[in-house]
Design a protein around this ligand. Sequence first.
Ligand code: ATP
Ligand code: MG
Length: 305
Amino acid sequence: MILFENVTKTYPRTTRPALDDVSLEIPRGEFAFVVGTSGSGKSTLMQLVMKEQDATRGRILVAGRELDRLPERKVPALRREIGCVFQDFRLLPNKTVFQNVAYALQVLGSSRARIRQTVPETLELVGLAGMEKRLPHQLSGGEQQRVAIARAFVNRPPVLLADEPTGNLDPDTSLGIVQLLDRINRTGTTVVMATHDTVTVNAMRKRVIRLDRGVLVSDMEAGDYTTGSIPRVRLDDDPGEAPRPLGATPDLADGYDDADPTAYGDGDDLDGDPDALPPIGRDADEPRPRGGIFRRHKAAQTSNR
Ligand SMILES: Nc1ncnc2c1ncn2[C@@H]1O[C@H](COP(=O)(O)OP(=O)(O)OP(=O)(O)O)[C@@H](O)[C@H]1O
Ligand SMILES: [Mg+2]
């Protein structure tokens, strides 16, 4: 779905690249976090996927399109396939919740009938049923971000990029937002989320791609912000050596399922049918039990030593 091959991005009038020879692949349907300190290149990576910036070197493929060969006139079609969510929500302040979400369909030329059907379905999916008539200033930050997610997802794009979507939210609200992105991911949409939010990253146990000053320094499956667990790319190792399986892995799977088997199902393929979406239930409102997470974290630390 997203492929970077030796991608370097150097902004004009800068000496150090914002992204430096980055190679990665994010398959269709994956949920990946992109982490790293401020200035490490997370937003640059997102902007390259959107073709808001062009790579200086290397090759980028998104949804089957080779971006450096994509003519300008085809960029809008690319962007229709990528929903975007930002730290500052970016809602239209004088439009209601319904109108903010409907707007995304209007600009695509959707019929009124489709808008009348799809907007309420999407608002229900994000947990905002009944709030259609409110203005953004009548919502909490978390609710505003849910509107922004509904707007990004209302046309069911195959890719959703979220750049620090929880940056302005408290920890509990943040977890609810990431769980919502997880639910969207389980409809088949590939989700890439840039974040500094260690608690959330550790709680979700998804793939974690870490950048440091533009360099991809680690890529972990079911990763942990601080230690990671299962190396996906062992950059510092002999390429012939197989990834080291952590003794804790089977235990992890147990911890994962035990922790909340209902919240992390087997990946429904819902084909955009919102009626088939998992209900907004306990995982939207309650933090997940952490037992499995801590067990895994501890096990990973032990096996790393
Ligand atoms: N438009 C630009 N022109 C010049 N330099 C830029 C531009 N955008 C970003 N940079 C530089 O590129 C590097 C990476 O920036 P980027 O915004 O991608 O980092 P980030 O990881 O998203 O940081 P943050 O966590 O603060 O959002 C930084 O050194 C930044 O100063
Ligand atoms: Mg950024």
